[in-house]
Design a protein around this ligand. Structure first.
Ligand SMILES: C[S@@+](CC[C@H](N)C(=O)[O-])C[C@H]1O[C@@H](n2cnc3c(N)ncnc32)[C@H](O)[C@@H]1O
Length: 243
């Protein structure tokens, strides 16, 4: 099976994550505050992006997967919205405009697997920000407890799709702690038939490491919070970075 196939993921993305909304208020509020053009990197099927457009934000989006963007566009059409999205890689996207805010929600920065790719992305982001623009992103805090408890074994989850319909997801994450990589294998079952399976790799990033990456990319000021409530550390690192 081909690795990193995001088109393949698109088929089931909304089934699995479509109703996740813990981050939406936060990004909506920040987008409103920015009062300018906003770019969402890795906008996927528009879970957050479409909420911003609905809210009147002048939002643009990029994603590497055409299939994800097709779904986003279909949803936009049904809502009577006009999305400004295009297929592009976060390492090399290019716009003639500069943004007040660039966001990379839902841990998508972790799709950069090497230091080179991480830096390319951050430098490209910085290039596309207005002088007082901000980069806001979140990814998980690599909690050693979680690594001990949940890695290298099957984690089963049941997701309710309709009133009495469930889908079963089995996820197995293999950790390469030295190289800070996770190989995630997912299997989705509907009525006990395997409906879909996929594999992908992500990296995990520590707080001080990301601070060094930000410095190398030319950023000088940032704040990091432990969640979308701007408070203490739980599971997530939420970064607000000034250009
Ligand atoms: C976890 S999803 C997030 C989607 C959306 N932002 C959300 O919050 O629901 C990750 C997305 O990253 C996209 N992606 C992965 N690598 C990328 C890259 N190098 N450049 C742009 N998008 C990428 C995938 O196609 C996928 O849509």
């Amino acid at each position: 099976m081909e690795m990193q196939n995001f088109d393949r993921w698109a088929k089931v993305y909304d089934l699995i994550y479509g109703t996740y909304d813990k981050d939406i208020d936060f990004y909506r509020k920040e987008a409103r505050k920015s009062k300018g053009k906003v770019l969402e990197i890795a906008c996927g099927t528009g879970r957050i992006y479409l909420e911003l457009v609905k809210d009147g934000v002048d939002a643009y989006g990029i994603d590497i997967s055409n299939k994800m963007l097709e779904i986003l566009k279909k949803k936009a059409k049904e809502l009577g919205l006009k999305p400004k999205v295009k297929k592009a890689d976060m390492k090399s996207f290019s716009f003639n405009i500069k943004f007040s805010l660039i966001i990379i929600p839902f841990r998508s920065f972790l799709h950069n697997l090497t230091i080179e790719d991480q830096l390319k992305t951050l430098m490209n982001v910085r290039k596309h920000l207005k002088p007082k623009g901000k980069l806001i992103l979140n990814f998980f805090y690599p909690n050693p407890e979680v690594f001990v408890k949940d890695m290298n074994k099957e984690i089963k989850e049941k997701i309710r799709v309709k009133d009495r319909e469930y889908i079963k997801i089995t996820k197995t994450s293999f950790a390469d702690e030295v190289n800070q990589l996770l190989l995630v294998e997912s299997k989705l079952k509907i009525k006990d038939k395997t409906y879909w399976r996929n594999k992908f790799k992500i990296s995990f990033v520590y707080k001080r490491e990301f601070e060094l990456l930000l410095r190398l990319a030319g950023f000088k000021k940032w704040k990091v919070y432990g969640g979308f409530d701007y408070k203490s550390y739980k599971q997530e690192m939420v970064w607000i970075v000034e250009r």
